[in-house]
Design a protein around this ligand. Structure first.
Ligand SMILES: NC(=O)C1=CN([C@@H]2O[C@H](COP(=O)(O)OP(=O)(O)OC[C@H]3O[C@@H](n4cnc5c(N)ncnc54)[C@H](OP(=O)(O)O)[C@@H]3O)[C@@H](O)[C@H]2O)C=CC1
Ligand SMILES: CC(C)(CO)C(=O)C(=O)O
Length: 343
């Protein structure tokens, strides 16, 4: 790798990716965290610039510690950022990215590893309006589970995978649509289990993950419960079925590339997605407190607008009444404000 990989969003997922990258021999001094401000940078330095990841899925929960470089906007002294991974929550993406736009150009590679949909489309509308000058954009879908134990100390609780695809661009030649060196480097990590897919295949996975998040995240936040507490309740199963039915209708009404895709037609079907949601939510991640419940408990804004809210937004554009997802979205926003008002 002849230029650093910057990680914007050194939280549960960003820190996991940064440490796994730093574990690759050729990358030891080539991973740079982009922290929010000088205070955060000083807090990291107070930890001797060590990031800790506990591998809970391995015998004895071994800790890996990596000494990482870290910068904040005012002290970044480079001409360009060639490779950037964005792992902020979706709701913070635009503001976080705004500090680094002067360093990004049409040759830069940006990988977004986030739940939900709509972020890249939004950034293309408000920042990269001329696609010929936009960076090479990649979308990542991650099923690893990670949570913060202490500042700059995270627990890699669930072993999963990372799927990546190049987001199609009208102005980029097909040659550029292959995996860049940053993606190839991520694929060298055994733990991350990274694969590079055609975009149409990734989009199907992204919709599957959205169905899981659209059911599990808001309802655990609204009802303030662990994932597994929603299991074996007929009313929850019916609610999930209604949420997923609206999601599937919107997928095929609003995303042309999906409606023309035979594989999508066979994969994104309600009964199959309902079983996947309950397996992922109640079994694989049953003991988790969902990221959205954690955000409401810690008085943080949630990603609801990129999940159920994105379904509602697309549905409104075609006059489809996604009333279940609309109600869920409103309830999460009410729960968020109730918690934020509490002393
Ligand atoms: N955690 C998980 O298990 C999973 C998460 N995901 C998805 O991955 C994405 C990231 O989630 P996760 O890692 O859990 O989120 P976290 O909240 O743990 O991390 C987000 C990080 O972004 C940082 N950040 C926010 N604004 C800025 C800014 N302006 N400049 C620099 N840094 C900033 C925060 O910094 P600070 O510490 O200073 O607030 C925080 O460390 C989300 O879309 C999530 O849904 C997907 C699958 C599983
Ligand atoms: C699958 C699930 C719901 C696991 O908690 C998740 O992705 C999240 O919490 O964001």
């Amino acid at each position: 790798m002849n230029s650093p990989i910057y990680v914007l969003g050194a939280g549960s997922i960003g820190s996991l990716l940064a440490c796994e990258l730093a574990s690759i021999p050729s990358m030891q001094n080539e991973v740079v965290l982009l922290l929010r401000n000088q205070v955060r940078a000083e807090q990291f330095m107070a930890k001797q610039s060590l990031m800790t990841i506990e591998r809970k899925f391995e015998q004895g929960s071994p800790k890996i510690q990596k000494k990482l470089k870290a910068k904040y906007p005012a002290e970044l002294n480079v001409s360009t950022i060639d490779n950037l991974i964005v792992t902020t929550k979706t709701v913070h993406t635009e503001k976080a990215l705004s500090n680094y736009l002067p360093f990004l150009n049409e040759n830069s590679n940006i990988l977004f590893v986030q739940n939900g949909l709509g972020v890249i489309e939004h950034l293309k509308r408000v920042i990269w309006t001329d696609e010929s000058k936009a960076p090479n954009l990649y979308q990542g879908i991650i099923t690893h589970g990670s949570f913060q134990k202490q500042d700059f100390h995270f627990v890699h609780a669930g072993l999963g995978n990372l799927k990546i695809a190049k987001v199609p661009s009208l102005n980029k030649s097909p040659a550029i649509n292959g995996a860049c060196v940053m993606v190839e480097t991520l694929m060298k990590s055994r733990i991350l289990n990274t694969s590079y897919l055609p975009y149409d295949d990734l989009l199907i996975s992204q919709c599957e993950k959205l169905a899981v998040n659209a059911c599990m995240n808001p309802n655990t936040a609204i009802l303030d419960c662990l994932n597994r507490e929603l299991s074996n309740i007929e009313e929850v199963k019916l609610l999930f079925k209604n949420i997923i039915t609206e999601c599937v209708d919107v997928f095929f009404k609003c995303i042309p590339s999906l409606s023309e895709n035979e594989k999508a037609r066979k994969t994104l079907v309600v009964p199959r997605l309902l079983e996947m949601v309950m397996y992922m939510g109640f079994v694989v991640c049953g003991d988790n407190s969902s990221s959205m419940r954690q955000d409401t408990l810690f008085k943080r804004d949630t990603e609801i607008d990129s999940i159920n809210g994105w379904i509602v937004k697309l549905a409104e554009e075609v006059g489809y009444p996604a009333n279940v997802n609309k109600t869920i979205t409103l309830l999460v926003k009410a729960r968020t404000q109730i918690n934020q008002r509490r002393i």
